[in-house]
Design a protein around this ligand. Structure first.
Ligand code: C5P
Ligand code: MG
Length: 156
Protein backbone atom coordinates (compact mmCIF):
# COMPACT_ATOMS: atom_id res chain seq x y z
CA UNK A 1 0.00 0.00 0.00
CA UNK A 2 1.26 3.46 -0.86
CA UNK A 3 -1.19 5.36 1.33
CA UNK A 4 -2.14 5.07 5.01
CA UNK A 5 -4.87 6.88 6.95
CA UNK A 6 -4.67 7.98 10.56
CA UNK A 7 -7.21 9.22 13.08
CA UNK A 8 -6.75 11.11 16.34
CA UNK A 9 -8.91 12.80 18.96
CA UNK A 10 -8.38 15.01 21.99
CA UNK A 11 -10.49 16.84 24.53
CA UNK A 12 -9.85 19.29 27.34
CA UNK A 13 -11.94 20.89 30.03
CA UNK A 14 -12.01 24.69 29.80
CA UNK A 15 -11.74 27.14 32.72
CA UNK A 16 -11.94 30.91 32.73
CA UNK A 17 -8.69 32.82 33.16
CA UNK A 18 -6.58 30.28 31.27
CA UNK A 19 -5.15 30.81 27.76
CA UNK A 20 -6.73 28.84 24.90
CA UNK A 21 -4.11 27.46 22.49
CA UNK A 22 -5.26 25.71 19.31
CA UNK A 23 -3.18 24.72 16.27
CA UNK A 24 -0.14 26.39 17.82
CA UNK A 25 -1.87 29.77 18.22
CA UNK A 26 -3.09 31.49 21.37
CA UNK A 27 -6.73 32.41 20.66
CA UNK A 28 -6.81 36.03 21.81
CA UNK A 29 -9.92 37.13 23.68
CA UNK A 30 -11.07 33.63 24.57
CA UNK A 31 -13.15 33.61 27.78
CA UNK A 32 -11.53 30.32 28.86
CA UNK A 33 -8.65 27.95 28.19
CA UNK A 34 -7.65 24.32 28.57
CA UNK A 35 -6.92 22.73 31.93
CA UNK A 36 -3.78 20.71 31.11
CA UNK A 37 -0.20 19.85 32.17
CA UNK A 38 1.08 21.08 28.82
CA UNK A 39 -0.22 23.98 26.71
CA UNK A 40 -3.38 21.85 26.21
CA UNK A 41 -3.38 22.33 22.45
CA UNK A 42 -6.13 19.86 21.48
CA UNK A 43 -5.51 20.35 17.75
CA UNK A 44 -1.79 19.53 17.88
CA UNK A 45 -2.36 16.58 20.22
CA UNK A 46 -4.98 15.06 17.91
CA UNK A 47 -2.82 15.65 14.81
CA UNK A 48 0.15 13.97 16.51
CA UNK A 49 -2.02 10.97 17.47
CA UNK A 50 -3.46 10.78 13.95
CA UNK A 51 0.05 10.64 12.45
CA UNK A 52 1.20 8.00 14.93
CA UNK A 53 -1.94 5.89 14.39
CA UNK A 54 -1.45 5.90 10.61
CA UNK A 55 1.83 4.02 11.08
CA UNK A 56 0.72 1.99 14.13
CA UNK A 57 3.33 3.70 16.32
CA UNK A 58 1.10 4.00 19.39
CA UNK A 59 0.11 7.38 20.77
CA UNK A 60 1.59 10.50 22.38
CA UNK A 61 1.07 9.10 25.88
CA UNK A 62 3.23 6.11 24.98
CA UNK A 63 6.03 8.03 23.26
CA UNK A 64 6.05 11.27 25.30
CA UNK A 65 4.82 10.30 28.79
CA UNK A 66 4.28 13.32 31.04
CA UNK A 67 5.74 11.18 33.86
CA UNK A 68 9.09 11.68 32.06
CA UNK A 69 10.60 15.07 33.03
CA UNK A 70 11.96 15.38 29.47
CA UNK A 71 8.41 15.76 28.08
CA UNK A 72 6.48 17.27 31.01
CA UNK A 73 4.83 20.60 30.24
CA UNK A 74 6.40 20.71 26.82
CA UNK A 75 5.19 22.97 24.00
CA UNK A 76 3.00 20.65 21.88
CA UNK A 77 4.69 21.85 18.70
CA UNK A 78 7.93 20.18 19.89
CA UNK A 79 6.10 16.85 20.19
CA UNK A 80 4.45 17.35 16.79
CA UNK A 81 7.83 18.10 15.19
CA UNK A 82 9.27 14.91 16.70
CA UNK A 83 6.30 12.87 15.40
CA UNK A 84 6.74 14.41 11.95
CA UNK A 85 10.44 13.48 11.96
CA UNK A 86 9.51 9.85 12.73
CA UNK A 87 6.97 9.81 9.88
CA UNK A 88 9.49 11.28 7.43
CA UNK A 89 12.25 8.89 8.54
CA UNK A 90 9.97 5.91 7.87
CA UNK A 91 9.50 7.13 4.29
CA UNK A 92 6.09 8.81 4.44
CA UNK A 93 4.81 12.32 3.76
CA UNK A 94 1.50 13.99 4.59
CA UNK A 95 -1.07 14.13 1.78
CA UNK A 96 -3.68 16.14 3.68
CA UNK A 97 -5.05 16.74 7.16
CA UNK A 98 -8.71 17.27 8.12
CA UNK A 99 -9.57 18.57 11.58
CA UNK A 100 -12.89 19.23 13.32
CA UNK A 101 -12.85 21.45 16.43
CA UNK A 102 -15.98 21.35 18.61
CA UNK A 103 -16.07 24.46 20.79
CA UNK A 104 -19.02 26.64 21.82
CA UNK A 105 -17.02 29.82 22.54
CA UNK A 106 -15.23 31.64 21.05
CA UNK A 107 -16.20 31.36 17.40
CA UNK A 108 -13.10 30.47 15.39
CA UNK A 109 -14.23 31.13 11.81
CA UNK A 110 -12.42 34.47 11.55
CA UNK A 111 -9.18 32.70 12.54
CA UNK A 112 -9.50 29.70 10.21
CA UNK A 113 -6.87 30.89 7.70
CA UNK A 114 -4.38 31.84 10.43
CA UNK A 115 -4.81 28.52 12.21
CA UNK A 116 -4.50 26.54 8.96
CA UNK A 117 -1.36 28.47 8.01
CA UNK A 118 0.21 27.83 11.42
CA UNK A 119 -0.64 24.11 11.38
CA UNK A 120 0.57 23.81 7.78
CA UNK A 121 3.89 25.44 8.67
CA UNK A 122 4.39 23.06 11.62
CA UNK A 123 3.62 20.11 9.33
CA UNK A 124 5.71 21.54 6.46
CA UNK A 125 2.83 21.25 3.98
CA UNK A 126 0.81 23.85 2.02
CA UNK A 127 -2.14 25.52 3.80
CA UNK A 128 -4.39 24.10 1.10
CA UNK A 129 -3.71 20.63 2.49
CA UNK A 130 -5.10 21.56 5.92
CA UNK A 131 -8.90 21.51 6.31
CA UNK A 132 -10.34 23.02 9.49
CA UNK A 133 -14.03 22.71 10.41
CA UNK A 134 -15.57 24.27 13.49
CA UNK A 135 -18.65 23.08 15.34
CA UNK A 136 -20.46 24.10 18.48
CA UNK A 137 -21.68 21.41 20.87
CA UNK A 138 -25.07 23.15 20.69
CA UNK A 139 -24.69 23.86 24.42
CA UNK A 140 -24.11 20.25 25.41
CA UNK A 141 -20.52 20.88 26.53
CA UNK A 142 -19.95 24.62 27.02
CA UNK A 143 -16.73 24.27 29.07
CA UNK A 144 -15.10 21.75 26.81
CA UNK A 145 -13.04 21.59 23.60
CA UNK A 146 -12.98 18.45 21.47
CA UNK A 147 -10.92 17.75 18.34
CA UNK A 148 -11.09 14.99 15.74
CA UNK A 149 -8.44 14.64 13.04
CA UNK A 150 -7.88 12.43 10.03
CA UNK A 151 -4.63 12.39 8.09
CA UNK A 152 -3.58 10.80 4.82
CA UNK A 153 0.02 9.63 4.48
CA UNK A 154 1.60 8.98 1.08
CA UNK A 155 4.79 7.00 0.56
CA UNK A 156 7.54 9.49 -0.32
O1 C5P B 1 -22.31 23.87 15.56
P1 C5P B 1 -22.99 24.62 14.47
O2 C5P B 1 -23.28 23.74 13.29
O3 C5P B 1 -24.21 25.35 14.92
O4 C5P B 1 -21.96 25.73 13.99
C1 C5P B 1 -22.34 26.57 12.94
C2 C5P B 1 -21.12 27.20 12.30
O5 C5P B 1 -20.48 28.10 13.24
C3 C5P B 1 -20.04 26.23 11.88
O6 C5P B 1 -20.26 25.64 10.62
C4 C5P B 1 -18.81 27.14 11.89
O7 C5P B 1 -18.69 27.81 10.66
C5 C5P B 1 -19.11 28.17 12.96
N1 C5P B 1 -18.34 27.96 14.21
C6 C5P B 1 -17.19 28.70 14.45
N2 C5P B 1 -16.50 28.56 15.62
C7 C5P B 1 -16.92 27.69 16.56
C8 C5P B 1 -18.07 26.90 16.33
C9 C5P B 1 -18.76 27.06 15.14
O8 C5P B 1 -16.78 29.50 13.62
N3 C5P B 1 -16.23 27.62 17.72
MG1 MG C 1 -25.58 22.76 13.76
Amino acid sequence: MNVRIGYGEDAHRLESGLPLTLAGLVIEGSPHGAVAHSDGDAVLHAVADALLSALALGDIGKLYPDTDLKWRGLDSSVILKDVLARVTKLGWRIGNVACVVTLDQPKLGSRRDLMAAKLASLLEIPSGDVGLSFKTSEGLATAHVQTRVTVLLVRS
